[in-house]
Design a protein around this ligand. Structure first.
Ligand code: S3P
Length: 197
């Protein structure tokens, strides 16, 4: 994996970025499990804050209102990390593209990991998720619009501190590579009975 930041030993937050279908949530969960950290999906926090699902926010209030809520949610997560929380965070596909969010993350100096794959593979994964789990994505329309948006955003994603290729790879392998590149090992917590969790 290509890395632009030095290894840190006291890291408490990792942000996964990338386009729709990049696997930010599933790789995030696998990485959190690998490290014994907590996992958070920023879209879930937005839904809790707003009391509405993401597609409803887009439909009833528009994308600009969604972006406002997304920025507020990201500010809250960063405040919690600064206060001592330890977390792997999956961002929505547009979050890192917004300049105000990218600036917040840069200032906070947590690693941002871009999960890269081809537009065709991302499209296939999104279609599969829509068919299997009914996942609704307001910005998922047709393959041409999808490719165009991917091309426009890719240069923003490449500003992340790390880039990892995910095409055709198992989640655990990707998670292990991220942990290794960032110099992180699993947190072991001693229970009251003296067992390692
Ligand atoms: C968006 C991606 C979605 C969600 C919202 C907007 C985007 O997240 O945040 O629908 O702008 O690409 P996923 O990348 O998890 O689908």
């Amino acid at each position: 994996m290509q890395s632009q930041i030095p290894r840190q030993t006291t890291l408490s937050g990792i942000f996964l970025v990338g386009f729709m279908g990049a696997g930010k949530t599933s790789v995030g969960r696998a990485l959190a499990q690998h490290l014994n950290w907590a996992f958070e999906d920023l879209d879930d926090r937005i839904e809790r804050r707003e009391g509405r699902h993401v597609p409803e926010i887009f439909r009833d209030s528009g994308e600009s209102e969604f972006r406002r809520a997304e920025h507020a949610a990201l500010s809250d997560v960063l405040a919690e990390l600064r206060a001592g929380a330890v977390r792997v965070v999956a961002l929505g596909g547009g979050a890192f593209v917004q300049e105000n969010n990218a600036a917040l993350l840069k200032a906070a100096a947590f690693p941002t990991v871009f999960l890269d794959a081809t537009a065709d593979e991302l499209w296939q994964r999104c279609c599969q998720q829509a068919a299997e789990a009914g996942t609704e994505r307001p910005l998922l329309r047709d393959i041409n619009q999808f490719r165009e948006l991917y091309e426009t955003r890719r240069r923003n994603y490449l500003q992340a501190s790390n880039t990892i290729q995910t095409g055709g790879r198992a989640l655990e392998g990707i998670a292990a590579e991220i942990a290794e590149t960032l110099g992180l090992t699993r947190i072991e917590i001693l229970t009251q009975q003296g067992e390692v969790e």
